[in-house]
Design a protein around this ligand. Structure first.
Ligand code: FMN
Length: 414
C-alpha cells in the first residue's frame, strides 16, 4: 500500500516531499508554518495579503498607522478613490516579510508566496507589479498566483533577473482557466513551473460559482492532465481541496498529480496564525456549520464557518487603513452595501450589513473563519482535553501524518 512519501515532486533536479501547505491569507499561514513545511522537505506558503499589517505585527513597523494618518481627512468620505498605496512602502513591507522569512529557512524544502490578484489595492497593475518583483527581490523560492486569472501577471515580472529561475505557478479550477493563462503568456516563452488545481472543497475563496457542489476535483485533475498530454506539456499538477488523509493524497498522486496542496488540517496547528478561540471553533464545527456564502466583496464565493464573527456586522469601511480590495476606481462592494444601510438608518446606530463584509478589517482581526469543507473532521485528528477544548497539534505532526499514513488512518497526538 502506497504512502505519499513514495512519491516526489520534481522541479528540475530538485526532489521534494510532494506536500504543499497552501497559502492562507492574512497571516493564517504564518512564516513559522511555511518554514516547517520547508524544513520537512515540502513546500510552505506565506501570503502577501495585507503585507503592511503583517510587517507591523512581525517587525514593529508602523505602515498601517502611517497610512491611516495620511488619509485621516478622508475617513468620513464615502468616496475612497483618493486612497492610494505608497509603492515604495509596499516594496519595503513585502521585502521585510519575505526577506526575513527566507533568511530563517532551514532544510531542503521551499517557501513560496501566495499572491492574490483580487487584492486590487486601488491600482491593480502597479501594485501587483511591485508585489511580484519585490517578492523576487527578497529571494522567495516561488510565487503562486491565486484568486484571479492572472493573464498579465507573468509579463509584470518578465524583466526581473529571477523571472526564469524562481518557481512560478498558478492556481486554476478549470481547464479553461489554464488554457486562457497559457495562451496569454505564450509570447513570453516561459511556462509555469507548476499548476495548482483547486477543487470546490477548498478553503478561502472558490474558483466556482454557487453551483460549486456540481464539480469534483478528481474530474478536473483528469481533464487538465489529458489536456497537458495532448499539448505535450510536462508541468507538475498539484491537486488541492478536500484532501484530508495521506490516502486521499495517494489517490491523486496515482492519478496524474505530482503533489498535493493542503491547508485545512493545518489551521489547528500551533504554528497557524489563527487565535486559539478560532482554532477551537474549527475543532467544534459540525458539517452544517461549514457554509459557502457571497459576503466577500471580491465577488467570489467563500467558504467559512457560519458563526464567523464577521457575518452581519456593520463596520464603517476602513479603507484609509487598509483598502486592499479597492478596485482601482475607489470602489468595493462592501462600501456600497454599507452606504445603503446608512441611507436606511441615518442615525448610524446598530448598522448591520448582511450581504457583504469589510473583508480587509475582518480578516485582519481573524473574524472571518474561512475553512475547507473537511473542517468538521478536525476534531477526529486530536484529543479532547478535560476542560472540553481540543489539543492543537504541531505542524510537523500533521505534515508527517500526510506523508506516512496508510489506510486513511490519522495519527493522534501522544
Ligand atoms: C483558512 C484558509 C485560508 C485560505 N486562504 C487562502 C488565500 O489567502 N489564498 C489562496 O489562494 N488560497 C487560500 N486558501 C486555500 C488553500 O491555500 C488551499 O488551496 C485549500 O484550502 C486546500 O484544501 P484543504 O483546505 O481542503 O486542504 C485558504 C484555505 C484556508 C483553509
Amino acid at each position: 500500500m502506497k504512502r505519499v512519501d513514495d512519491f516526489r515532486l520534481k522541479f528540475g533536479k530538485k526532489e521534494l516531499v510532494p506536500i504543499m501547505i497552501g497559502g492562507m491569507g492574512v497571516d493564517i499561514s504564518t512564516a513559522e508554518l511555511a518554514l516547517e513545511a520547508a524544513r520537512l522537505g515540502g513546500v510552505g506558503h506565506i501570503s502577501d495579503a495585507l503585507v503592511h499589517d503583517v510587517s507591523d505585527r512581525r517587525f514593529d513597523t508602523e505602515y498601517v498607522k502611517g497610512k491611516t494618518k495620511f488619509y485621516k481627512a478622508n475617513i468620513n468620505n464615502s468616496d475612497k478613490s483618493s486612497v492610494q498605496f505608497n509603492l515604495g512602502q509596499l516594496a519595503e513591507a513585502t521585502k521585510l516579510h519575505i526577506g526575513r522569512t527566507m533568511e530563517a529557512k532551514r532544510g531542503e524544502g521551499l517557501v513560496f508566496v501566495n499572491v492574490m490578484e483580487k487584492l486590487t489595492m486601488n491600482g491593480p497593475r502597479e501594485t501587483l507589479q511591485v508585489r511580484l518583483n519585490s517578492a523576487l527581490d527578497a529571494g522567495i523560492d516561488g510565487i503562486t498566483l491565486s484568486a484571479g486569472l492572472h493573464l498579465g501577471s507573468f509579463a509584470l515580472m518578465a524583466d526581473h533577473p529571477r523571472f526564469r529561475d524562481a518557481k512560478l505557478g498558478i492556481i486554476v479550477s478549470s481547464v479553461r482557466a489554464l488554457q486562457l493563462f497559457l495562451r496569454k503568456t505564450a509570447r513570453l516563452d516561459r511556462l509555469p513551473d507548476f499548476v495548482v488545481i483547486e477543487g470546490p472543497l477548498a478553503g478561502g475563496h472558490l474558483g466556482f460559482g454557487l453551483d460549486w457542489a456540481q464539480y469534483d476535483l478528481a474530474t478536473i485533475v483528469a481533464e487538465i492532465a489529458a489536456y497537458m498530454k495532448a499539448e505535450q506539456l510536462d508541468i507538475p499538477l498539484i491537486a488541492a481541496g478536500g484532501i484530508f488523509t495521506g490516502s486521499d493524497g495517494v489517490s491523486f498522486l496515482e492519478n496524474g498529480a505530482a503533489a498535493i496542496q493542503v491547508a485545512t488540517r493545518f489551521t489547528i496547528s500551533n504554528e497557524c496564525g489563527l487565535p486559539g478561540k478560532a482554532k477551537q471553533a474549527y475543532f467544534k464545527a459540525s458539517e452544517e456549520d461549514v457554509v459557502v456564502n457571497t459576503i466577500s466583496p471580491t465577488g467570489y464565493p467563500m467558504r467559512m464557518l457560519r458563526n464567523s464573527p464577521a457575518i452581519g456586522t456593520g463596520l464603517r469601511p476602513n479603507c484609509e487603513a487598509y483598502g486592499y480590495l479597492l478596485d482601482g476606481n475607489g470602489n468595493c462592494s462592501y462600501i456600497e452595501a454599507y452606504n445603503r444601510e446608512i441611507t436606511l438608518h441615518p442615525d448610524g446606530k446598530n448598522i448591520s450589513v448582511k450581504d457583504k463584509t469589510c473583508l480587509c478589517t475582518q480578516m485582519q482581526n481573524y473574524n472571518v473563519w474561512t475553512c475547507g469543507s473537511t473542517t468538521n473532521r478536525l476534531k477526529d485528528t486530536t484529543r479532547q482535553l478535560p476542560d472540553g477544548s481540543y489539543q492543537t497539534l504541531s505542524a510537523e505532526h500533521i505534515f508527517k501524518d500526510y506523508q506516512f499514513s496508510v489506510d486513511n488512518q490519522i495519527l493522534l497526538p501522544a
